[in-house]
Design a binder for this molecule. Structure first.
Ligand code: GDP
Ligand code: IMO
Ligand code: MG
Length: 445
């Protein structure tokens, strides 16, 4: 629980609507923070993305890797998947089964308008990526092509899976264009109307039928009934399809403002916006990352931070904390507080560098350029901070962190400039476990 949220709950101030997003390129540790926060919430809802996400929750040494089921699952909260998500029913079904086999009851609702990822979306994703001379490095989950169909109004929705006649009629209408697209790219068009998968999807639809719901209504009713709702973002600010590093982005809107539009909740209902930010930076897939370390130090960060993709297993690229991107992320999301993760990974590195500006064509920049091509040409300007060597993974109180670790956290606060400035990094994570989290300033009794 981030500290301002604790104060809010402790003061018993009616309902609360919190949006949480990734502040960098994804994999910031959102799963861990959402699991922790979920204790204080009644409902946890995913609002965008699909099973390209991989959110890790570690409880009592047991690791759960969640792709679609919201990370409030382990606390047994009401879980929702909003209509802005693109949903692979096979993945959702197997995730529910796997959690239930571990004794976790999954109380989930899926919006009837949620776009379904069909096997042909995955086929198209693979074919397109293969044909690109300059790759994006997608997760090959069919995300982009499922969103294309949503915008083109040629989607299959969750509600269609519960009705055989509806699904067959839809496939009859949109099937031929998909078959042509796949054939044109040299793929196998029979995937579009392959009977065994249609039967499987209908079977999953039957099993999920009583979970289909109106997510906007549920959330608004929960807030009216003084309940607390946490919106779980996937990916991160710079993978946003509008504000990110195009074309090296995902196909959804990953910043906080998107939660309201995707969930059907008015913006005035938002109480706080939490950013999850890593103490350094990582990226998986292609695209610019000015502070990337291509040397032994980058490899060391990857190994120490276990920086391998939760969804694809790919090695994540690692680099120094980029406060220039960080500042833009604060603006894009309107964060009211931050949870800083993986500070423990920096233990033993000296000095620790923070990127405080860029040079581009002989000019100094304090804010990222809009163009992705220009961002790729930026050279970081670094500031050195002294490191620490003490093991911090068992530290529980902020004041017990080594002085240099505190100085690092507080320097990031200065650079990211969230008002009020004191303790805007309200939680510091020093390990993957729930208990490895330090909260700043306990609330007054
Ligand atoms: P998400 O996509 O933002 O939920 O992040 P991922 O789960 O993909 O990746 C974050 C990884 O870091 C997971 O393996 C977490 O268990 C782990 N993790 C989270 N916080 C910490 C931390 O403070 N320290 C360390 N060492 N690992 C952490
Ligand atoms: P979480 O929620 C990190 C990246 C992919 C690729 C680009 C486009 O775990 O933080 P896509 O399959 O979405 O079309 O791929 O986006 N990407 C992620 N990187 N974390 C994620 O999710 C990601 N989801 C997509 O690697 O570069
Ligand atoms: Mg992840």
């Amino acid at each position: 629980m981030c500290i301002k949220i604790v104060i809010y709950v402790a003061a018993n101030l009616s309902s609360m609507f919190t949006i949480l997003t990734g502040a960098q390129f994804g994999d910031e540790g959102k799963g861990k923070v959402i699991d922790l926060l979920a204790e204080n919430y009644d409902v946890v809802v995913r609002f965008q993305g699909g099973d390209n996400a991989g959110h890790t929750v570690v409880v009592g040494g047991k690791k759960y890797k969640l792709h679609l089921v919201p990370s409030g699952a382990i606390f047994g909260r009401r879980l929702l998947i909003g209509p802005g998500v693109v949903l692979n029913p096979r993945v959702l079904w197997s995730e529910i089964q796997s959690l239930e086999s571990e004794g976790i009851k999954v109380d989930i609702g899926i919006d009837a308008k949620t776009t379904i990822i069909m096997p042909y979306h995955i086929e198209l994703d693979g074919l397109r990526e293969k044909a690109r001379t300059e790759k994006i490095g997608t997760t090959n989950r069919g995300i982009g092509f499922a969103y294309v169909d949503k915008i083109a109004r040629e989607e299959v929705q969750m509600g269609d899976l519960t009705d055989q006649a509806l699904l067959e009629a839809k496939l009859k209408e949109i099937g031929p264009a998909k078959e042509k697209a796949i054939a044109d790219m040299g793929g196998d068009p029979t995937v579009v109307r392959y009977a065994p998968y249609i039967d499987e999807y209908l079977e999953i639809g039957k099993r999920l039928k009583d979970k289909v719901t109106d997510v906007s209504r549920e959330i608004n009713m929960a807030l009216i009934e003084d309940k607390c709702v946490l919106a779980e973002g996937a990916q991160g600010a710079f993978l946003d399809v509008i504000h990110g590093t195009q074309k090296f982005v995902t196909s959804s809107f990953t910043t906080a403002g998107s939660a309201c539009a995707n969930l059907g909740v008015g913006p005035v209902m938002v109480d706080n916006v939490v950013g999850v930010i890593k103490a350094y930076i990582t990226r998986v897939g292609e695209g610019p990352m000015p502070t990337e370390l291509k040397d032994a130090l980058g490899v060391m960060m990857r190994e120490k931070g276990a920086e391998y993709g939760t969804t694809t297993g790919r090695a994540r690229r690692c680099g120094w904390f980029d406060a220039v991107l960080g500042l833009k992320s604060v603006h894009l999301n309107g964060y009211t507080e931050l949870a800083l993760t993986k500070l423990d990974v920096l233990t033993g590195i000296n000095p620790i560098k923070i990127c405080v500006g860029y040079t581009l064509d002989g000019e100094e920049l304090g804010y990222p350029p809009e163009s992705t091509i220009d961002l790729a040409r930026c050279k970081p300007i670094y500031e050195d901070m002294p490191g620490w060597t003490e093991d911090i993974t068992e530290v529980k109180e902020y004041d017990d962190l080594p002085a240099n670790a505190r100085a690092y956290v507080e320097r990031l606060e200065d650079l990211l400039y969230i008002e009020p400035l004191d303790n805007c990094i309200s939680a510091v994570s020093v390990g993957p476990g729930r208990e490895q989290t330090i909260f700043r300033d306990e609330p007054e009794e």
